[in-house]
Design a protein around this ligand. Sequence first.
Ligand code: GRF
Length: 199
Amino acid sequence: MSEQPLKLGVLVSGRGSDLQSIIDAIESGDLNARITVVISNNPSAYGLERARKYNIPAVVHSSKDYSKNAFRERFLEILKSYDVELVVLAGYLKKIPDTVIDNYPRRIINIHPALLPKFGGKGFYGMRVHKAVLQSGEKESGVTVHFVDNKYDHGEIIYQQKVPIKEDDTPETLSERVLAVEHQVLPRVIGMIAEGKIS
Ligand code: GRF
């Protein structure tokens, strides 16, 4: 029964509410995992603050500070030094270097605020996703968790949950409804991986 907690490295670029949903699920005992490190490309990401509040190591790692090779090598070093078993992109806006992807096969997941493969790919992030969904006249949107490969929002889909669109939705109201679902889905999917239900 007492499986070792799955060791997570969580990558954030901004506010980090998805990160918070993982922290909350761990704190409440619903998720048998441990965040060993939070990494951000953005030194002022609020996600780093959230990590520090819980004494989780918070590391800034930006391609701006390195040559291309040194950046990806250091990336791997950080993940290895914190013994990360699963990398979770929780609002991380940068591409993951191929070397990192090769070293963590089916061990890197991303959460996307729409029903992929629609409304994904380069440039589809943040409010842009919800604007595009509403402009297209779709009747529903949703949340997708997928494995990460070397194309944006492209790897194998692990889990999707639909979210209804209301007639008077704005990108903001839709994003709030989708985000609330993300906060349930992300810890749940990590839990499924921790329990070996997804390999
Ligand atoms: C979420 O909508 C997530 O799907 C997307 O970026 C957003 C991150 O929000 N990848 P937050 O920084 O976790 O609050």
